[in-house]
Design a protein around this ligand. Structure first.
Ligand code: FAD
Length: 240
C-alpha cells in the first residue's frame, strides 16, 4: 500500500492551494515533500474552468465582510485573514498576470480560467506534489496513527494527514460523484481552525454549533500559538 505524509482529497482550487502550502511547509522544515492530491475526475479543476464564464473571477478588490451576504460571523474572520491583497500576492508569486475591471473584479490578464488552473498545477508540480486522477475516494478511516483511503476501484493508500478539499454541492456536474460530505461524516469529530496569539483570538472555522465561536476563542485564548508581532501559524484542533 502506498504511504504518504499528506493526502489531499480533491484537485479543485482549494486542494491545489492546500497542496502547495503543505509542500512548502515540508520543504521549510527540511523534509522531503510527500504530498499527493487525489482527484475523482479524469482531470483536475473542472469546476474552476467553468468559473466566471470561463474567465475565473479570482477576487474583487472590494471583497470583505461588508459586502458578504450570508453567515457574516463565519465568513468575516476568513475574509480578514485572506483579503484580496493576499489572494493577489499568492497568484503573483506563482507568476499569474491579472487585471481588474471597473467594478474591481479581478481576472487573469488573458481572461482564461485555464491560465489559473495551469499556474496552480505548475506550482504544485514544481514543488514535487503528486497528482492522481480517476482516484475518487470512496472511504476514509483511521488506521495506524493516520488514515487509510480506498478508491472506488479498490486501490488503497495510507497517509499520516489528510485534507478534505472536495468542494460543495453547487454544480454537481463539475464534481466527482462521491463528494466529501460522507467522508467527513464518517470521521465524525469536531474540528476548529484557529488563529490565536496573545493579542487576540480568531476562530476561522468550527464544525459544531456548540460552544459558540466566541466561547471557543475565550477558552483557547490562554494558549496562544504565537506572541505579539510574531507571525502566528494557523492551528487545527481536533479531538484526540
Ligand atoms: C458556474 C460557476 C461559476 C463560478 N464562478 C466563480 C468565479 O468567477 N469566481 C469565484 O471565486 N468562484 C466562482 N464559483 C465558485 C467556485 O467555483 C467554487 O467556490 C470553487 O470551485 C470551490 O473550489 P473547491 O476547490 O473548494 O471545490 P471544487 O472546485 O468543487 O473542487 C473539489 C474537487 O474535489 C473532487 N472530489 C470531490 N469528492 C471527491 C472524492 N471523494 N475523491 C476525490 N475527489 C473528489 C471534485 O471532483 C473536484 O474536482 C463559480 C461556481 C460555479 C458553479
Amino acid at each position: 500500500m502506498e504511504r504518504w505524509e499528506i493526502a489531499i482529497i480533491g484537485a479543485g482550487a482549494a486542494g491545489l492551494m492546500a497542496a502547495q502550502a503543505a509542500a512548502k511547509a515540508q520543504r521549510a522544515q527540511g523534509r522531503p515533500v510527500s504530498v499527493v492530491v487525489l482527484e475523482g475526475n479524469p482531470k483536475p479543476g473542472k469546476k474552476l474552468l467553468a468559473t466566471g464564464n470561463g474567465r475565473c473571477n479570482l477576487t474583487n478588490l472590494d471583497a470583505g465582510p461588508a459586502h458578504y451576504h450570508g453567515d457574516v460571523a463565519l465568513a468575516a474572520p476568513l475574509l480578514e485573514a485572506c483579503p484580496p491583497s493576499r489572494v493577489l500576492e499568492e497568484f503573483q508569486a506563482m507568476g499569474l498576470l491579472c487585471r481588474a475591471d471597473s467594478e474591481g473584479r479581478v481576472y487573469p490578464r488573458n481572461l482564461q480560467a485555464a491560465a489559473v488552473l495551469q499556474i496552480l498545477r505548475q506550482a504544485c508540480q514544481e514543488l514535487g506534489v503528486a497528482l492522481a486522477c480517476n482516484w475518487g475516494v470512496a472511504s476514509l478511516a483511521r488506521e495506524a496513527g493516520g488514515f487509510r483511503l480506498e478508491s472506488a476501484q479498490g486501490e488503497r493508500l495510507w497517509c499520516a494527514r489528510c485534507v478534505l478539499a472536495c468542494g460543495g454541492k453547487a454544480s454537481p456536474k463539475h464534481s466527482w460523484e462521491g463528494g466529501g460530505y460522507a467522508l467527513a461524516q464518517a470521521l465524525g469529530h469536531p474540528v476548529a481552525i484557529v488563529d490565536i496569539n496573545d493579542l487576540g483570538a480568531n476562530i476561522l472555522g468550527f464544525s459544531e454549533k456548540e460552544p459558540s465561536m466566541d466561547q471557543i476563542a475565550k477558552i483557547l485564548g490562554d494558549n496562544p500559538l504565537g506572541q505579539s508581532s510574531e507571525s502566528t501559524p494557523m492551528g487545527i484542533i481536533r479531538k484526540a
